[in-house]
Write a protein that binds this ligand. Structure first.
Ligand SMILES: Nc1ncnc2c1ncn2[C@@H]1O[C@H](COP(=O)(O)OP(=O)(O)OP(=O)(O)O)[C@@H](O)[C@H]1O
Ligand SMILES: [Mg+2]
Length: 280
Protein backbone atom coordinates (compact mmCIF):
# COMPACT_ATOMS: atom_id res chain seq x y z
CA UNK A 1 0.00 0.00 0.00
CA UNK A 2 1.34 3.41 -0.97
CA UNK A 3 1.10 5.53 2.17
CA UNK A 4 0.96 9.33 2.34
CA UNK A 5 1.25 9.69 6.12
CA UNK A 6 2.87 7.46 8.71
CA UNK A 7 2.85 7.84 12.49
CA UNK A 8 5.47 5.68 14.17
CA UNK A 9 5.02 5.39 17.95
CA UNK A 10 4.03 9.04 18.15
CA UNK A 11 3.45 10.57 21.58
CA UNK A 12 2.35 14.10 22.39
CA UNK A 13 1.57 15.76 25.70
CA UNK A 14 0.45 19.11 27.05
CA UNK A 15 2.63 19.59 30.10
CA UNK A 16 2.41 16.34 32.01
CA UNK A 17 -0.87 15.38 30.41
CA UNK A 18 -0.41 12.70 27.75
CA UNK A 19 -2.68 13.36 24.76
CA UNK A 20 -1.37 10.82 22.22
CA UNK A 21 0.39 7.72 23.51
CA UNK A 22 2.63 5.80 21.07
CA UNK A 23 0.25 6.03 18.16
CA UNK A 24 0.96 4.07 14.97
CA UNK A 25 -1.01 5.03 11.86
CA UNK A 26 -0.61 4.49 8.15
CA UNK A 27 -2.75 6.73 5.94
CA UNK A 28 -2.93 5.54 2.34
CA UNK A 29 -2.42 7.85 -0.61
CA UNK A 30 -5.46 8.68 -2.70
CA UNK A 31 -8.00 7.38 -0.18
CA UNK A 32 -10.31 8.75 2.50
CA UNK A 33 -9.22 7.87 6.02
CA UNK A 34 -11.60 8.63 8.86
CA UNK A 35 -10.32 9.34 12.37
CA UNK A 36 -13.02 8.92 14.98
CA UNK A 37 -13.24 8.95 18.73
CA UNK A 38 -14.92 10.71 21.65
CA UNK A 39 -14.37 14.40 22.36
CA UNK A 40 -10.99 15.35 23.81
CA UNK A 41 -9.18 12.19 22.71
CA UNK A 42 -6.60 13.93 20.52
CA UNK A 43 -8.12 13.99 17.02
CA UNK A 44 -7.45 17.67 16.31
CA UNK A 45 -4.01 17.21 17.92
CA UNK A 46 -3.35 14.47 15.39
CA UNK A 47 -4.26 16.76 12.48
CA UNK A 48 -2.04 19.51 13.91
CA UNK A 49 0.87 17.05 13.96
CA UNK A 50 0.20 16.23 10.30
CA UNK A 51 0.06 19.92 9.41
CA UNK A 52 3.27 20.58 11.33
CA UNK A 53 1.69 23.17 13.65
CA UNK A 54 2.98 21.10 16.56
CA UNK A 55 5.78 18.54 16.84
CA UNK A 56 5.65 15.09 18.39
CA UNK A 57 7.38 14.69 21.77
CA UNK A 58 8.63 11.30 20.64
CA UNK A 59 8.20 9.00 17.67
CA UNK A 60 8.10 10.03 14.04
CA UNK A 61 5.47 11.71 11.85
CA UNK A 62 6.17 11.27 8.13
CA UNK A 63 4.10 13.23 5.60
CA UNK A 64 4.73 12.43 1.95
CA UNK A 65 8.26 11.31 2.80
CA UNK A 66 9.03 14.35 4.97
CA UNK A 67 10.02 13.70 8.59
CA UNK A 68 7.99 16.45 10.30
CA UNK A 69 10.23 16.43 13.39
CA UNK A 70 13.37 17.18 11.38
CA UNK A 71 11.97 19.28 8.55
CA UNK A 72 13.43 22.73 7.96
CA UNK A 73 11.19 25.78 7.90
CA UNK A 74 11.27 25.94 4.13
CA UNK A 75 10.44 22.22 3.81
CA UNK A 76 7.49 22.72 6.17
CA UNK A 77 6.24 25.68 4.14
CA UNK A 78 6.53 23.69 0.90
CA UNK A 79 4.64 20.79 2.51
CA UNK A 80 1.87 23.11 3.75
CA UNK A 81 1.34 24.44 0.24
CA UNK A 82 0.20 20.95 -0.73
CA UNK A 83 -2.18 20.81 2.23
CA UNK A 84 -5.78 22.02 2.37
CA UNK A 85 -7.49 22.17 5.72
CA UNK A 86 -11.10 22.64 6.70
CA UNK A 87 -10.76 23.65 10.33
CA UNK A 88 -13.08 22.66 13.15
CA UNK A 89 -15.61 25.54 13.31
CA UNK A 90 -13.49 27.20 10.60
CA UNK A 91 -15.06 30.51 9.79
CA UNK A 92 -14.87 32.66 6.71
CA UNK A 93 -13.37 36.13 6.84
CA UNK A 94 -16.55 38.09 7.46
CA UNK A 95 -15.36 41.26 5.75
CA UNK A 96 -14.56 39.52 2.45
CA UNK A 97 -16.99 38.21 -0.18
CA UNK A 98 -17.19 34.44 -0.75
CA UNK A 99 -15.02 34.86 -3.85
CA UNK A 100 -12.41 36.91 -1.99
CA UNK A 101 -12.34 34.29 0.75
CA UNK A 102 -11.39 31.73 -1.90
CA UNK A 103 -8.85 34.16 -3.38
CA UNK A 104 -7.20 34.77 -0.01
CA UNK A 105 -4.71 31.86 -0.06
CA UNK A 106 -3.91 32.62 -3.70
CA UNK A 107 -3.10 36.25 -2.91
CA UNK A 108 -1.06 35.18 0.13
CA UNK A 109 0.93 32.39 -1.47
CA UNK A 110 1.14 33.10 -5.17
CA UNK A 111 1.86 35.94 -7.55
CA UNK A 112 -0.74 34.92 -10.08
CA UNK A 113 -2.18 37.66 -12.30
CA UNK A 114 -5.65 38.90 -11.42
CA UNK A 115 -7.42 37.31 -14.39
CA UNK A 116 -6.07 33.87 -13.43
CA UNK A 117 -7.11 34.41 -9.80
CA UNK A 118 -10.63 35.25 -10.95
CA UNK A 119 -10.72 32.07 -13.05
CA UNK A 120 -9.54 29.93 -10.13
CA UNK A 121 -12.19 31.53 -7.83
CA UNK A 122 -14.87 30.58 -10.37
CA UNK A 123 -13.51 27.04 -10.75
CA UNK A 124 -13.33 26.36 -7.02
CA UNK A 125 -16.75 27.83 -6.28
CA UNK A 126 -18.16 25.81 -9.14
CA UNK A 127 -16.60 22.66 -7.67
CA UNK A 128 -18.66 23.16 -4.49
CA UNK A 129 -21.78 24.23 -6.41
CA UNK A 130 -21.69 27.89 -5.37
CA UNK A 131 -20.51 29.81 -8.40
CA UNK A 132 -23.44 32.20 -8.06
CA UNK A 133 -22.44 33.11 -4.49
CA UNK A 134 -19.10 34.68 -5.43
CA UNK A 135 -20.17 38.23 -4.59
CA UNK A 136 -22.14 37.39 -1.44
CA UNK A 137 -20.86 38.39 1.98
CA UNK A 138 -20.55 35.50 4.50
CA UNK A 139 -23.37 36.93 6.63
CA UNK A 140 -25.74 36.32 3.72
CA UNK A 141 -24.81 32.63 3.40
CA UNK A 142 -26.43 29.71 5.19
CA UNK A 143 -24.29 27.54 7.47
CA UNK A 144 -24.03 24.83 4.83
CA UNK A 145 -23.08 27.31 2.12
CA UNK A 146 -20.42 28.85 4.37
CA UNK A 147 -18.90 25.44 4.96
CA UNK A 148 -18.79 24.84 1.21
CA UNK A 149 -17.12 28.21 0.58
CA UNK A 150 -14.56 27.29 3.27
CA UNK A 151 -14.04 24.02 1.37
CA UNK A 152 -13.52 25.95 -1.89
CA UNK A 153 -11.00 28.14 -0.06
CA UNK A 154 -9.17 25.03 1.24
CA UNK A 155 -8.99 23.79 -2.36
CA UNK A 156 -7.68 27.09 -3.75
CA UNK A 157 -4.03 26.06 -3.95
CA UNK A 158 -4.79 22.64 -5.49
CA UNK A 159 -3.80 20.59 -2.44
CA UNK A 160 -2.94 16.92 -2.70
CA UNK A 161 -3.78 16.31 0.97
CA UNK A 162 -7.04 17.50 2.55
CA UNK A 163 -7.62 17.52 6.30
CA UNK A 164 -11.23 17.86 7.45
CA UNK A 165 -11.85 18.54 11.14
CA UNK A 166 -15.51 17.86 12.00
CA UNK A 167 -16.87 19.21 8.70
CA UNK A 168 -20.44 18.13 9.50
CA UNK A 169 -20.87 19.82 12.89
CA UNK A 170 -24.03 21.89 13.06
CA UNK A 171 -25.22 20.89 9.58
CA UNK A 172 -28.78 19.82 8.86
CA UNK A 173 -29.21 16.41 7.15
CA UNK A 174 -29.45 17.90 3.66
CA UNK A 175 -26.30 19.99 3.95
CA UNK A 176 -24.57 17.08 5.61
CA UNK A 177 -25.43 14.85 2.63
CA UNK A 178 -24.18 17.51 0.19
CA UNK A 179 -20.89 17.86 2.10
CA UNK A 180 -20.43 14.09 2.29
CA UNK A 181 -20.88 13.69 -1.45
CA UNK A 182 -18.58 16.63 -2.11
CA UNK A 183 -15.80 15.24 0.07
CA UNK A 184 -16.10 11.83 -1.60
CA UNK A 185 -16.34 13.15 -5.16
CA UNK A 186 -13.54 15.71 -4.75
CA UNK A 187 -11.30 13.01 -3.37
CA UNK A 188 -11.91 10.88 -6.42
CA UNK A 189 -11.96 13.57 -9.09
CA UNK A 190 -8.84 15.36 -7.85
CA UNK A 191 -6.96 12.25 -6.69
CA UNK A 192 -6.63 13.70 -3.18
CA UNK A 193 -5.60 11.99 0.01
CA UNK A 194 -8.21 12.92 2.61
CA UNK A 195 -8.17 12.65 6.39
CA UNK A 196 -11.61 13.11 7.87
CA UNK A 197 -12.02 13.68 11.60
CA UNK A 198 -15.63 13.20 12.55
CA UNK A 199 -17.97 12.26 15.39
CA UNK A 200 -20.61 11.32 12.85
CA UNK A 201 -20.01 7.59 12.77
CA UNK A 202 -22.53 6.52 10.12
CA UNK A 203 -21.62 9.35 7.77
CA UNK A 204 -17.87 8.98 8.14
CA UNK A 205 -18.05 5.20 7.66
CA UNK A 206 -20.17 5.66 4.54
CA UNK A 207 -17.36 7.38 2.60
CA UNK A 208 -14.19 6.17 4.37
CA UNK A 209 -11.89 3.59 2.80
CA UNK A 210 -10.10 3.19 6.09
CA UNK A 211 -10.88 4.10 9.69
CA UNK A 212 -8.97 4.64 12.92
CA UNK A 213 -10.82 4.93 16.20
CA UNK A 214 -8.87 6.57 18.99
CA UNK A 215 -9.68 6.76 22.65
CA UNK A 216 -7.59 8.17 25.47
CA UNK A 217 -4.74 8.87 23.05
CA UNK A 218 -4.48 5.32 21.70
CA UNK A 219 -5.71 3.56 18.57
CA UNK A 220 -8.45 1.18 19.72
CA UNK A 221 -9.81 0.11 16.33
CA UNK A 222 -8.58 0.27 12.74
CA UNK A 223 -9.12 -1.10 9.27
CA UNK A 224 -11.84 -0.90 6.66
CA UNK A 225 -15.40 -0.06 7.84
CA UNK A 226 -16.13 -3.80 7.52
CA UNK A 227 -13.07 -4.71 9.65
CA UNK A 228 -14.35 -2.34 12.31
CA UNK A 229 -17.68 -4.12 12.49
CA UNK A 230 -15.80 -7.37 13.18
CA UNK A 231 -13.61 -5.71 15.86
CA UNK A 232 -16.73 -4.24 17.43
CA UNK A 233 -17.89 -7.68 18.48
CA UNK A 234 -14.86 -7.97 20.79
CA UNK A 235 -14.78 -4.43 22.15
CA UNK A 236 -17.36 -2.92 24.50
CA UNK A 237 -15.85 0.50 23.83
CA UNK A 238 -16.24 0.16 20.04
CA UNK A 239 -19.77 -1.13 20.54
CA UNK A 240 -20.70 1.88 22.61
CA UNK A 241 -18.90 4.34 20.38
CA UNK A 242 -20.10 3.00 17.03
CA UNK A 243 -23.68 2.31 18.08
CA UNK A 244 -24.11 4.78 20.89
CA UNK A 245 -24.77 8.41 21.43
CA UNK A 246 -22.59 10.65 19.22
CA UNK A 247 -20.92 12.34 22.18
CA UNK A 248 -20.36 9.20 24.22
CA UNK A 249 -19.26 10.22 27.70
CA UNK A 250 -16.37 7.83 28.00
CA UNK A 251 -12.67 7.70 28.58
CA UNK A 252 -10.87 11.00 28.86
CA UNK A 253 -14.08 13.03 28.81
CA UNK A 254 -15.30 11.07 31.79
CA UNK A 255 -12.07 11.83 33.65
CA UNK A 256 -12.48 15.48 32.71
CA UNK A 257 -16.06 15.50 33.95
CA UNK A 258 -14.96 13.99 37.25
CA UNK A 259 -12.12 16.49 37.66
CA UNK A 260 -14.50 19.32 36.93
CA UNK A 261 -17.00 17.97 39.44
CA UNK A 262 -14.27 17.82 42.09
CA UNK A 263 -13.06 21.34 41.23
CA UNK A 264 -16.61 22.64 41.61
CA UNK A 265 -16.89 20.96 45.00
CA UNK A 266 -19.55 18.56 43.75
CA UNK A 267 -17.61 15.49 44.83
CA UNK A 268 -16.77 12.53 42.64
CA UNK A 269 -19.79 10.87 41.07
CA UNK A 270 -20.03 7.35 42.45
CA UNK A 271 -21.71 5.96 39.34
CA UNK A 272 -19.51 6.00 36.21
CA UNK A 273 -20.71 8.71 33.84
CA UNK A 274 -21.32 6.23 31.02
CA UNK A 275 -23.68 4.22 33.23
CA UNK A 276 -25.43 7.35 34.45
CA UNK A 277 -26.18 8.14 30.83
CA UNK A 278 -27.73 4.75 30.23
CA UNK A 279 -29.92 4.74 33.35
CA UNK A 280 -31.42 8.17 32.69
N1 LIG B 1 -3.13 24.18 24.26
C1 LIG B 1 -3.53 23.19 25.06
N2 LIG B 1 -3.10 23.13 26.36
C2 LIG B 1 -3.48 22.14 27.17
N3 LIG B 1 -4.30 21.14 26.82
C3 LIG B 1 -4.78 21.14 25.56
C4 LIG B 1 -4.41 22.17 24.61
N4 LIG B 1 -5.02 21.91 23.44
C5 LIG B 1 -5.74 20.77 23.64
N5 LIG B 1 -5.59 20.32 24.90
C6 LIG B 1 -6.19 19.09 25.46
O1 LIG B 1 -5.79 18.00 24.65
C7 LIG B 1 -6.83 17.04 24.56
C8 LIG B 1 -6.99 16.66 23.12
O2 LIG B 1 -7.47 17.78 22.41
P1 LIG B 1 -7.99 17.68 20.92
O3 LIG B 1 -8.42 19.04 20.52
O4 LIG B 1 -6.97 17.01 20.08
O5 LIG B 1 -9.25 16.72 21.09
P2 LIG B 1 -10.32 16.26 20.02
O6 LIG B 1 -10.30 14.78 19.98
O7 LIG B 1 -10.11 17.00 18.75
O8 LIG B 1 -11.70 16.72 20.70
P3 LIG B 1 -13.06 17.27 20.03
O9 LIG B 1 -13.74 16.05 19.47
O10 LIG B 1 -13.81 17.84 21.16
O11 LIG B 1 -12.70 18.27 18.99
C9 LIG B 1 -8.07 17.68 25.16
O12 LIG B 1 -8.37 17.03 26.35
C10 LIG B 1 -7.70 19.12 25.39
O13 LIG B 1 -8.24 19.55 26.61
MG1 LIG C 1 -11.18 18.41 17.72
Amino acid sequence: MDSYIQFERVSFSHGRRVILDQVDLVIPRGKITAIMGPSGTGKTTLLRLIGGQIRARSGRVMVNGLDMGRASRSELLAMRRRLGMLFQNGALFTDLTAGENVAFPLREHSRLPEDIIQRIIALKLQAVGLLSAADQMPAALSGGMSRRVALARALALDPELMLYDEPFTGQDPINLGVLLRLIASLNKALGLTSVLVSHDVTEALSIADQVFVINEGRVVGSGSPEDLLVQKAQSPFLQQFLDGVPDAVTGQSETEARNLAVALGLGVPTVPMAEQESVQ
